[in-house]
Design a protein around this ligand. Structure first.
Ligand SMILES: Cc1ncc(COP(=O)(O)O)c(C=O)c1O
Length: 456
């Protein structure tokens, strides 16, 4: 048999394995299937959060308890998704539940400032020194929107730059070149074109967003240099989670700061996911000091909330003490007591020892999964930062979006459904929660080994 014939046969076998896994999933989730049929009557395609879409139908969440997510059909799924990294303490952690229960009889929100917001601001400034001043908002998207506006207002410039593939929420500028389909229309590797990632963007927005390739400083320098007079800011997720997970090489982040600053542009770190990496976020891990930082997810303890902040001279644009501020920022739910209570309870539980525990368990997952794939002869790269890990079915860890996008989506689909059928929920890897112990990560590795055996 020639190599081409063997490859074709392997793909046919994989396709059949995917079919069998999806069929088993369908059989074991009748209530979710029915609910999806009902949802389609009221929600477009049954969906109200694009990322929850699953072909042929999504499983519905019923409740969570520690490391487990119970679906509508009653399966206790070992949860490595944790609401897309937000639940670093897992589901319904007693400290978070208590904080929310104590708040409930006191009221759900006030049009006045509260002590809680001062406490949270102090805690965040202690953990992330680049946050000289900060403000609250209601989501990661809002944090990004505000940070980008701050940069445009401060510099008086209209362009922003982002990295190809990166996700920064659904603000107008953020919806350029978010996971664009690979193809010649993306332009050369070192000069990515700006591609709208949603209908409804004006051409002016797409033109105002420059797209940079991750881990390529020379290309960043050239693109930023060509737009130096117009560029307000570069926004970067330091570990490129939206594009999969790509870790910054060497001094990439430091170099990026230098290049941007030389061009008179600010650097915004989107740490909405990477704040999981350590008490001080990825900026502490990689020892870099951005001008502005966006937070979400973990910072609100798994409830809706966001934070943006940074240099005092930039945040002064919001100061209303001596007349209307340059940037008015209102929001009925800014600094909502539920987000603050849940966030404070979460951050207080995330002690140095807690981060150490998560980091060392994640190192076990990475090592054991890599060994399992190697032993099965399946080319794979398992990488991690803090408690976030990602499996790529690629012989080497990707350096940027284009390499990450070449991942084998059929193998990912097969493993996703095969693990779900074994009561494990992950998405191309996942993240750990504090209640997880060695037994849980061992359970994951042995389930992956089972799946691989079944495939062979
Ligand atoms: C890196 C990153 N930035 C921004 C966002 C947007 O946050 P939110 O969903 O709270 O609007 C997300 C959400 O997944 C994210 O992963």
């Amino acid at each position: 048999m020639t190599q081409t014939e063997k490859t074709r046969r392997d793909r046919e076998q994989l396709q059949a394995a995917v079919g069998a896994a999806v069929s088993a999933y369908t059989d074991r989730n009748p209530r979710s299937r029915e609910m999806f049929a009902r949802a389609q009557q009221s929600l477009p395609g049954g969906n109200t959060r694009t990322g929850t879409h699953m072909d042929p139908f999504p499983f519905y969440a019923d409740r969570g308890e520690g490391v487990l997510l119970f679906d509508l059909d009653g399966h206790p799924l070992l949860d490595f998704v944790n609401n897309n990294t937000a639940l670093i303490l897992g589901h319904a952690h007693p400290a978070v539940v208590q904080a929310l229960q104590q708040q409930l009889p006191k009221g759900t929100g006030f049009p006045r400032p509260q002590v809680l917001e001062v406490e949270m601001a102090e805690l965040l400034r202690e953990r992330i020194p680049s946050l000289e001043l900060l403000r609250f908002c209601s989501s990661g998207t809002e944090a990004v929107l505000n940070a980008l506006r701050t940069a445009r207002a401060f510099t008086g410039r209209h362009k922003t730059a982002k990295f190809e593939g990166a996700y920064h929420g659904i603000d107008e500028h953020a919806m350029v070149s978010f996971l664009p389909p690979l193809g010649p229309e993306l332009g050369p590797d070192d000069r990515p074109r700006s591609v709208p990632s949603t209908a409804g963007l004006t051409a002016a927005v797409t033109e105002d967003v420059l797209v940079l390739p991750f881990n390529d400083l020379a290309a960043c320098e050239s693109i930023i240099g060509d737009n130096a007079g117009d560029l307000a800011a570069v926004i970067v997720d330091p570990v490129s989670t939206g594009a999969g997970l790509a870790l910054p090489e060497g001094d990439f982040l430091k170099g990026l700061l230098e290049i941007a600053h030389r061009a008179g542009a600010l650097v915004i770190f989107d740490e909405i996911v990477s704040f999981r990496a350590s008490a001080g976020g990825a900026q502490a891990v990689f020892d870099v000091v951005p001008d502005l930082t966006c937070l979400g997810k973990v910072v609100a303890g798994g409830t809706p909330g966001g934070v943006f902040g940074g240099r005092a001279d930039l945040m002064a644009l919001y100061d209303p003490a001596s007349g209307p501020p340059a940037i008015p920022q209102s929001g009925t739910f800014n600094a909502n007591p539920f987000a603050l209570n849940a966030g404070l309870a979460t951050l207080r539980a995330m002690t140095t020892q807690a981060y150490e525990k998560l980091d060392s368990l994640t190192a076990v997952v990475v090592g054991d999964l890599q060994t399992a794939f190697d032993a099965a002869g399946v080319p794979a790269s398992v990488i991690a930062v803090g408690s976030i890990f990602r499996v790529y079915f690629l012989p080497e860890a990707p350096r940027n979006y284009r390499q990450a996008a070449a991942d084998d989506s059929l193998l990912q689909r097969w493993l996703h459904f095969s693990l779900l059928n074994r009561d494990i929920y992950w998405r191309d890897g996942g993240n750990l929660s504090l209640p997880m112990e060695r037994e849980h990560v061992d359970h994951l590795t042995s389930a992956v080994r089972d799946c691989l055996r079944e495939l062979q």
